[in-house]
Design a protein around this ligand. Structure first.
Ligand code: ZN
Length: 158
């Protein structure tokens, strides 16, 4: 029996790739590209999901793709928040000196929440229940980052 020599090396391999997000998220991202927030409503329990889902997480019924779409405003309510000193981007992640607020936002008319940065706000001003609005990126690509983050509505109205 002959033994084969194994060499071990370390390093990084860049692998560019594309993947299909599926019909539901495809429609959602198409909406973002025109600054439209789309959710879908379960026809059985009436819950509205953003981002949309194929199967209702509440009653496990399939939500038909051809209808049940709901157009939502770009406003919502801050349901939870935290801060991080790790900035994440397509280029990777890096530590920052300043705390970056991250919020869990429930779009008005939706029963679920999304997680995005909270922009132009101090941590001391954050409270659960704040009304917030989407800040759109200047360049829209049909991508989650079309939403740059959320800003507080004037005066932090609730
Ligand atoms: Zn349901």
């Amino acid at each position: 029996m002959t033994r084969k020599r194994i060499e071990i090396t370390t390093g990084f391999v860049q692998a560019d790739y594309n993947f299909w997000v599926g019909k539901y998220m495809d429609k959602f991202y198409d909406g973002l590209e025109s600054k439209q927030v789309l959710g879908n409503r379960c026809p059985t329990c009436n819950r509205v999901f953003v981002p949309p889902r194929k199967v209702c997480g509440n009653c496990f019924k399939t939500i038909d793709l051809s209808n049940n779409w709901v157009k939502l405003k770009d406003t919502g309510t801050l349901r939870n928040f935290t801060t991080t000193r790790i900035a994440v981007s397509e280029a990777g992640k890096k530590k920052t000196s300043e705390a970056i607020p991250i919020g869990m936002v429930q779009f008005d008319g939706s029963d679920t929440s999304v997680v995005y940065p909270l922009l132009d706000v101090q941590e001391k001003d954050l409270t659960i229940g704040l009304k917030v609005q989407v800040v759109w990126n200047d360049e829209l690509k049909g991508h989650p980052r079309d939403i740059k983050g959320f800003r507080m509505l004037k005066g932090g109205e609730r």
